[in-house]
Design a protein around this ligand. Structure first.
Ligand SMILES: *Cc1c(COP(=O)(O)O)cnc(C)c1O
Length: 706
């Protein structure tokens, strides 16, 4: 194999390429068609290209591009003068172990469900960029999260295509003598075995535990089938594997983390394994708890009660009986650690409570969510005053280079040496923006919207073909012939996220006549694009999807309201870069942070959001719009009507007129002013570089330096 060919193979096996536009383009250039077919997966792409072709083309056609990308890749991996080296040298020595039930790194690696996973993936990438010694721990889900498709009625159906190790940039973790590394965990009365896979993400390493091996009974093999799949029993098994298995894996690898970070309560059982290690050294219970606390930090992610795992006493007893005997923890003591009531441990075991009790710090993911969490958990701290509750906040962000489209990345790079510098402060973002004319900015917006609309056109024809494949033809059936009639000249609003009911996807349809008038205004038309998956067990969420699909087929909305199936990272990248306005209308204060709107801003899109999550802190009156001003009403229906009304008002009076107000060159100067304000005020703050620095200085280091 020549130097160039092996460089390409090497690049394909580290997900660094996924946030490097030139590396991505290199793979794509090998075969644009295959690149689409393999869902932008370079390992799979290279499996489809013969070594003869690869050798021939790498040595001639791509020689310079390969050496350019490979050089930057090598520089990236070997850079010593990193942020961490200068600000947190302890964390260059010992790793941060970051546990998360899901990681959303790239569309080709389907081990994520939604925002929590994307956040974990972006955290990992920024930790790598900053030079922190960082290890992610999760599970290898053979079937991933489901692929969504819709039947003719718009009802969500789920499909679980398998993913294979050979097609992914993962390596089996082995022992020194080359055998598979196997760890053992105790679940109920059984011993369950897990192997592990490693995945390189820049300088960071992600380990994925996997029980799908022949020695295990079949129901334990299924622990690693689906992201959040199965019943409560499956859930507790997954969480034991993640938490306890994760600690055992780190031990087997002889890694000594400086800190264990629990990203959401799913991994909180890791504290039990850490307790066990204390007991093995004869440390008494109270002291052992303190020791474990010193090693752990915890991030809580949702005020939605169903978002917190709770297990029954019986299930806990059944599942932990044997494990507890081996580590000398008394069952009642265990139940107390997960009990919401300090005086009564006969109720449910709550993972969040365990995590809160056994970590040295805890935080919510926006300022408002910090407040809500302090109020939500104050009873655990025997106080009625939320201010006394030791839960802080660090607001979520996004990994800028992962979420910049290739076009946008190049656009900014034409005006600045370094994207990282551009988005490091408001001043530097403004300095770059000052070099960009309104004409250029508007041209970029058109180009991105054109890309999106072309994408939707291809995507929808495929989607509709499948939807109708098994449906008898009815001549009057207009939905059959829907081509996207979306236009890049029209104000385009996007709404895409998980279809959890609190996110209220159908809010904008509350008054159909009013929406009709808005959308079909001859002079100032509007078009709406929806996407999102409902959890397989969430029929209410599926009903929301069905309603929107049904509405999108009505004559007045046909071709102007579209629903794209199978929302995932790939679709998200298209949507956030193309739309003019990103809509977010959850029930306040249920959206702990939200991040998708932050992705839109990089591309010159504007947010329209309820005053919830990150938007509460970011909105300043000139960088997007708010729906209402944070009003809350305990009556769900009244709140729904109120928010819908506010949504229509801001659309009619502010957003639509501003978008269509043009100067003599047909440029919407006022709109673009908002765009500039949004880019300068939001991108430098709501990114994961800032976020990971905060985690590091405030929580990862033993003594806070913030
Ligand atoms: C960013 C993202 C999310 C998170 O979106 P929210 O705004 O937090 O709801 C979910 N899914 C995908 C695929 C994403 O890219």
């Amino acid at each position: 194999m020549s130097k160039n060919t092996s460089a390409v193979k090497k690049l394909s096996r580290n997900l660094w390429w996924s946030w490097d536009t030139d590396a991505k383009d290199l793979f794509k250039s090998l075969s644009p068609l295959l690149w689409e077919r393999v869902n932008h997966n370079p390992v799979e792409l290279l499996r489809h290209i013969s070594s003869d072709e690869l050798e021939a083309r790498c040595n001639c056609e791509f020689e310079h591009r390969i050496s350019h990308v490979k050089q930057r890749f090598d520089d990236y991996l070997t850079e010593k003068n990193t942020w961490a080296a200068n600000h947190a040298p302890e964390l260059v020595e010992n790793p941060v172990a970051y546990f998360s039930a899901e990681f959303g790194i790239h569309e080709s690696l389907r081990i994520y469900s939604g925002g929590l996973g994307i956040l974990a993936g972006d955290h990992l990438k920024s930790a790598s960029d900053l030079g922190i010694n960082f290890i992610g721990i999760s599970l290898f889900y053979k079937e991933g999260y489901f692929r969504q498709y819709l039947n003719h009625d718009g009802w969500q159906l789920e499909d679980y295509p398998l993913q294979y190790a050979e097609s992914l940039p993962i390596e089996k973790v082995t022992t020194k003598d080359g055998k598979d590394l196997i760890i053992e965990i105790t679940i109920a009365q059984s011993t369950v075995y897990a192997q592990a896979w490693s995945l390189r993400v820049g300088r960071a390493m992600l380990y994925l535990l996997d029980t799908n091996i022949p020695v295990n009974e079949s129901h334990y093999r299924e622990i690693c089938s689906r992201v959040y799949g199965g019943d409560q029993n499956m859930r507790i098994n997954q969480e034991i594997l993640l938490g306890i298995g994760g600690v055992k894996l780190l031990d087997a690898l002889h890694l000594t983390p400086a800190v264990y970070h629990m990203n959401e309560g799913h991994s909180a059982f890791l504290t039990l394994e850490l307790l066990k290690k204390q007991f093995e050294q004869n440390v008494p219970f109270e002291q052992a708890k303190e020791k474990v606390k010193e090693q752990c930090v915890f991030t809580t992610h949702t005020p939605v009660p169903a978002g917190h795992d709770r297990f029954s006493r019986d299930m806990m007893h059944y599942t932990f009986d044997k494990y507890l005997a081996s580590c000398c923890i008394d069952f009642e003591e265990l139940m107390k650690l997960g009990s919401e009531d300090p005086n009564n441990s006969s109720g449910l075991f709550t993972m969040t409570v365990l995590a809160l009790k056994l970590s040295r710090s805890a935080n919510g993911v926006s300022k408002l969510h910090g407040e809500v969490s302090r109020d939500m958990w104050k009873h655990l701290y025997s106080t009625t005053d939320p201010k006394q509750v030791p839960i802080g906040h660090i607001t979520n962000g996004i990994h800028i280079r992962s979420w910049s489209s290739g076009f946008t990345d190049r656009f900014w790079r034409n005006h600045t040496e370094s994207i990282e510098d551009m988005f490091s402060s408001r001043e530097s973002a403004e300095a770059v923006l000052a070099k960009v004319t309104d004409g250029e900015l508007w041209c970029m917006r058109y180009r991105l919207k054109r890309n999106l609309i072309d994408f939707i056109s291809r995507y929808l024809s495929n989607q509709l073909y499948h939807q109708h494949q098994y449906t008898p033809y009815k001549p009057a059936d207009s939905s059959r012939s829907v081509k996207s009639t979306l236009s890049p000249d029209v104000l385009t609003i996007g709404f895409a996220r998980r279809f959890a009911t609190y996110k209220r996807a159908p809010l904008v349809f509350q008054d159909l006549d009013r929406l009709n008038t808005i959308i079909n205004n001859q002079n100032m038309p509007v078009q709406l694009i929806f996407a999102g998956k409902a959890h397989p067990h969430d029929d209410a969420g599926k009903e929301y999807i069905r309603q929107i699909v049904e509405l999108s087929r009505r004559p007045q909305f046909l071709g102007k309201v579209v629903f794209l199936e199978n929302y995932n990272i790939g679709v998200a990248k298209r949507l956030v870069s193309g739309v003019d306005v990103w809509l977010n209308n959850p029930v306040r204060p249920m959206e702990a942070s939200g991040t998708s709107g932050q992705k839109t801003v990089l591309h010159g899109g504007l947010n329209l959001s309820i005053m919830d999550g990150w938007w509460c802190e970011a909105y300043n009156g000139t960088n997007g719009w708010s729906i209402g001003s944070g009003e809350q009403n305990d009556n769900y229906d009244e709140q729904y009507r109120f928010d819908a009304l506010k949504l229509y008002e801001v659309l009619e009076h502010q957003i639509i007129p501003t978008f269509y107000e043009r100067n003599e060159h047909n440029i919407p100067v006022k709109w673009l002013k908002n765009v500039r304000n949004a880019i300068a005020s939001i991108a430098p703050v709501y990114n994961t570089d800032r976020m990971v620095k905060e985690y590091t200085l405030r929580y990862y280091l033993k003594e806070s330096r913030l």
